[in-house]
Write a protein that binds this ligand. Structure first.
Ligand code: SAH
Length: 351
């Protein structure tokens, strides 16, 4: 039977207050409970020691408390990056990554179990979309990692499995909980949301009056190239996507990030680089080059080191802000849904 009780970790403080009133409890209890859930990352109502036993019992009856179970953790010997595979309450699994940078610790979270966008080089989309993640399930990836590492998470990137703008309402609720003062109190500028280019939702996000960074997965500088790699390019033309980016920049004042996965003989030529320059020059943007992570089920390969450098140099010479993504965690199933994929297909079995 499906558990239809409200998911308490997905409620904002105001919503929790309403619930307390409905239960005939003092409204201030909501602040205490909220702090346990989002400030102390409690995994059980019994941890909430300043609530009476009877209130804790009532909460247990009335609400679901979503916590993710760590199924597997791999740590890179090369750079300390940790990759987690978490089980959701219904048995679906998602992956998250913890990375250390000079500016702090960053967690990359998944927004859906699977994905339906179908990008050809991406492992997360091979089995399609299982379901959207609830706000609590996005948050608990960060909470579980914070508990496990004992270190402060200063940055969050929504760049794991899934298309965050395809799970828009839950994403926004998640962001509001993540930014809340009694929760992680995460600065808006320390949050990045990555999209393959869902144009209507990009406009919506621009109008939310948030200061989060939007990253657009570009991967090709012409419609023809994008269509080869990303089915979404059949729905929204490059021109439409770039207009939405422009709107986002104007509306928020934030620089946009373009992600460009470099794939040998597909989008890594000098001409590709020059076409990319033409796009980048018109916008306040930063380009992140990602040498593609080869996925077993696909035949794409990354260019040689020299090819990546050549591509980067052309951009730099044209005054474009560009970095090459550090290949963090390459020795631990890289990134991009590969650990989850191995698990789902039975290649990772030990628990
Ligand atoms: N759906 C969102 C966010 C998830 S993917 C999006 O498309 O942006 C995060 C980034 O990793 C995207 O830029 C995606 O295109 C890229 N990516 C996926 N698989 C990859 C792979 N095998 N190698 C390199 N980058 C990959």
């Amino acid at each position: 039977m499906m558990d239809t009780r409200p998911d308490i970790k997905s409620l904002t403080l105001d919503q929790l207050k309403e619930e307390m009133v409905k239960m005939g409890e003092k409204p201030f209890r909501s602040g205490q409970i909220y702090e346990w859930l989002h400030g102390k990352w409690a995994r059980d109502f019994d941890e909430m020691s300043n609530l009476s036993k009877s209130l804790r019992e009532m909460l247990k009856e009335r609400f679901r408390l979503v916590t993710l179970k760590e199924v597997k953790m791999q740590q890179s010997r090369a750079d300390g990056t940790r990759k987690y595979l978490f089980a959701l309450p219904d048995g679906n699994v998602v992956e998250s990554v913890w990375m250390q940078y000079h500016y702090g610790n960053s967690v990359c979270i998944s927004s859906q179990a699977g994905c339906r966008m179908g990008c050809r080089f991406c492992a997360s989309t091979l089995d399609g979309l299982a379901r959207n993640l609830a706000p609590s399930e996005m948050l608990d990836q960060i909470y579980a990692i914070s508990r496990q590492t004992g270190q402060r998470v200063s940055h969050v990137v929504v760049m794991g499995t899934g298309e965050p703008l395809d799970n828009y309402e839950n994403l926004l609720q998640f962001l509001s909980l993540l930014m809340s003062e009694k929760g992680m109190n995460m600065g808006q500028r320390n949050i990045t949301v990555s999209t393959c280019g869902l144009v209507p939702q990009m406009y919506r996000l621009a109008d939310e009056k948030l200061q989060i960074t939007l990253a657009l997965s570009l991967h090709g500088a012409t419609d023809e190239k994008r269509k080869k790699l990303m089915p979404i390019a059949e729905v929204h033309s490059l021109q439409e996507v770039l207009a939405a980016c422009d709107y986002y920049v104007k509306k928020t004042g934030r620089r946009i990030t373009f992600e460009y996965s470099l794939i040998r003989d597909i989008n890594d030529t000098q001409e590709d680089a020059r076409q990319l320059c033409a796009i980048a020059r018109n916008l306040n943007c930063h380009i992140n080059l990602i040498p593609v992570n080869p996925v077993k089920e696909r035949s794409f390969a990354s260019p040689q080191r020299a090819g990546v450098d050549m591509f980067k140099e052309i951009l730099e010479k044209n005054g474009v802000n560009v970095t090459v993504r550090r290949g963090l965690g390459r020795d631990i199933d890289g990134s991009c849904g590969q650990l989850r994929r191995r698990y789902v297909t039975g290649a990772v079995t030990e628990i």
